[in-house]
Design a protein around this ligand. Sequence first.
Ligand code: ATP
Ligand code: MG
Length: 267
Amino acid sequence: MTTEPLLLAQNLAVRYPNGELALHNVTFQIKSPSFMAIIGPNGSGKSTLLKTFLGLIHPFRGCIKVNGLDSVKESGKIRKMVRYVPQRDQIELTVPMKVKDIVLMGRLLKKMPPRFASSNDIRIARNALEQVNMIDLWDRPFPELSGGQRQRVLVARALASEGSILVLDEPLAGTDAESQDQIVEALGRYHKENDVSIIMVTHDLNPVHTLVQDVLLLKNTVIGTGAPCSVMDPELMKRVYGPTARIVEYAGHRYCMTRDSGIDRHD
Ligand SMILES: Nc1ncnc2c1ncn2[C@@H]1O[C@H](COP(=O)(O)OP(=O)(O)OP(=O)(O)O)[C@@H](O)[C@H]1O
Ligand SMILES: [Mg+2]
């Protein structure tokens, strides 16, 4: 297990070619291993932060390191360590791939050609689909699935592949409460049972707070970081989600009400 922080950002700024400053003065540290959430409203720089530490975008100023590896100088090593589920699935829906092909792809892409699925690959892929309650759809064409079912298959693909850090950009987008619970619980279980860190982006606080250990609250810079209970602070929430954000305590739980997410429970 590494003693380096999972993520270490120092005075990071990211500017897009059109001049848009998506992130500025970003400094924070998250210890390893962790199951962490990056939260913030639309346009707050969450996806930009992921793409930056994966080495897909270079910082304009400062730096960010993943397990001690610099996002610019050591991006090759970072990509070997990370499994990334992008925000919008980039799978061509006109290709009639089956659910099993999508999940197995997570394992086969890291092999040298010719790429054949071994019985071990199939066992791991089936197990991953069971984790998100999708095993019954093993032989179904992927394009026939609903948006929420597709998200669960993509999470299963990430669970089935290898790498010590799992990065998911809005894996809960477009899913109903039941799918959200299944995805979050599968991720929480996976984190506990394996030596894997999980970094997940979500703009909905609701389903994740009871399971994650660390939260990074962004609005183009760091607004708050720490355990979920310390980030669930009325002043911080108002700074990010506007003056209507409220923290409500009821029956020993904390709830955050925002116009974005409705009611959010937190133990
Ligand atoms: N390719 C791009 N070119 C120019 N500006 C961009 C590009 N991608 C993102 N931005 C801008 O950078 C800012 C941060 O965008 P980003 O996608 O990181 O936000 P986000 O927090 O992931 O939002 P969402 O919740 O909508 O996914 C936004 O103002 C956005 O318009
Ligand atoms: Mg995004």
